[in-house]
Design a protein around this ligand. Structure first.
Ligand SMILES: *Cc1c(COP(=O)(O)O)cnc(C)c1O
Length: 340
């Protein structure tokens, strides 16, 4: 029995084409700015997403942290969603390492933050308060795509109050592909509303490691200082940047297959007793299991070679290394459990 891994889109292996690109990459010491492959990736991402400059990062967590530390000083605050990665899933790094206070807000069912609540949470200039400096959004958020008109309104609100705007675009290209049309154009349509954007290459894009932070030249210069301080100054990093560059050129449009697989999975799980399936917009399928049956489902799936996660809800993520057969294996294992 083959094990199929739906825990995350981070579990993928580099493709042959990607490994070839890594092997062929010209390298240099990137702390000296000498790595041609890193420089080429940074330039390509900045151009594609409409920014002056970009910076290759070892992880999305470090990329977001460098962005927050560049936008905010000690005693400043960022407004963020309760379930946003930059608040909930990064170990409190902004507070611990940046002395930046988060102002978390609840999400609407579509993943957005209510703009009236964002506005109400912006503090007046008063010695009692942290200084509200930044609005941080995430797209996709829990696999959901934030609509462009919402991004436009959120951006206008932030600008009205002098807040900077950061996008955690770990899965930006999933949102772009879901929008339809040319995915690079669609990505740019999203990023136009932000002062900085972080994109992961180690998720659905299939690279082994790496994120890229985009912003103005001055912003990236400061972020580079923080990256070095945080231990992210990498040397012959071009071997990794080449993988990300390959993904950017060859593995963006194929995210549509992952989205179709998520649809297939969701359709196959419809109608199971005690199970509520959220209609997926991209590559993540959330399944709510009612009552005591929730406890055993992960182990049951595992015994049938299907790996999933279940921290808040049962979660299946589709990616480069799963196919229709894998999806059908997951559907069968779920049906067996909920029929029994
Ligand atoms: C994965 C992810 C990140 C960054 O994670 P790393 O594992 O540090 O690369 C950031 N934001 C979101 C939304 C993510 O899904």
């Amino acid at each position: 029995m083959k094990t199929v891994d739906f825990r995350s889109d981070t579990v993928t292996q580099p493709t042959t084409g990607m490994r070839d690109a890594m092997a062929a990459a010209p390298l240099g010491d990137d702390v000296f700015g000498d790595d041609p492959s890193v420089n080429a990736l940074q330039q390509a991402v900045a151009e594609r997403l409409g920014f002056e400059a970009a910076l290759f990062m070892p992880t999305g967590t470090q990329s977001n942290l460098c962005a927050l530390m560049t936008h905010c000083q000690r005693g400043d605050e960022y407004i963020v969603g309760q379930f946003a990665h930059t608040y909930r899933w990064e170990g409190g790094g902004a507070a611990v390492l940046g002395s930046i206070q988060p102002q978390p807000l609840n999400h609407q069912p579509d993943g957005s933050l209510l703009l009236s609540e964002v506005e109400a949470s912006i503090k007046p200039d008063d010695v009692h308060f942290a200084r509200s400096k930044l609005l941080t959004l995430e797209n996709t958020i829990g696999g959901k795509v934030l609509p462009l008109p919402y991004l436009s309104d959120a951006s206008a609100l932030a600008q009205k109050h002098g807040l900077a705007r950061h996008l955690d675009g770990a899965r930006l290209f999933n949102a772009a592909v879901a929008a339809g049309g040319d995915p690079y154009v669609a990505a740019h349509e999203i990023t136009q509303y932000f002062d900085s954007v972080s994109v992961c290459f180690s998720k659905g894009l299939g690279a082994p490691v790496g994120s890229v932070l985009c912003g103005s030249a001055a912003f990236i210069q400061q972020a580079k200082r923080w990256r070095k301080m945080l231990g992210g100054g990498m040397r012959q990093a071009g071997v990794l940047a080449a993988a990300a560059h390959y993904a950017l050129d060859h593995q963006v449009a194929r995210l549509g297959f992952d989205h179709a697989l998520a649809q297939r999975l969701a359709a196959g799980l419809q109608g199971l007793a005690g199970v509520t399936v959220e209609a997926p917009q991209t590559n993540i399928v959330f399944v709510e299991v009612a009552g005591p049956r929730a406890a055993g489902v992960i182990d049951h799936l595992k015994a049938r070679g299907v790996l999933a996660t279940g921290l808040y809800k049962l979660r299946f993520v589709t990616h480069l290394d799963v196919d229709e057969t894998a999806v059908d294996q997951a559907i069968s294992a779920m049906r067996e459990y909920f029929a029994g």
